[in-house]
Design a protein around this ligand. Structure first.
Ligand code: ZN
Length: 77
């Protein structure tokens, strides 16, 4: 069965279009716990590049694929 383009979900879009800006490798979507200034924690989506061992934040549903914003995945599953 042929799939319609407009039925593509965010995960499929990431798989298809988003690559690591460093190595052009595949990115994997995941979540991390972040702390607010008030001390509460919340889930924040990230994109992991296993190849580089870094992750990129997703802010307001927009992936921030900037090498300067990449953070090491130490301590992240
Ligand atoms: Zn990479």
């Amino acid at each position: 069965m042929e799939r319609e383009r407009n039925k593509m979900n965010i995960k499929e879009m990431i798989d298809e279009f988003l690559v690591c800006p460093k190595c052009k490798g595949k990115l994997e979507m995941s979540e991390i716990n972040k702390a607010t200034a008030e001390g509460n924690t919340y889930k924040s989506s990230i994109l992991i590049c296993r190849n580089c061992g870094v992750y990129y934040p997703i802010e307001d549903d927009i992936p921030v694929l900037l090498i300067d914003e990449a953070k090491t995945t130490d301590g992240i599953e």
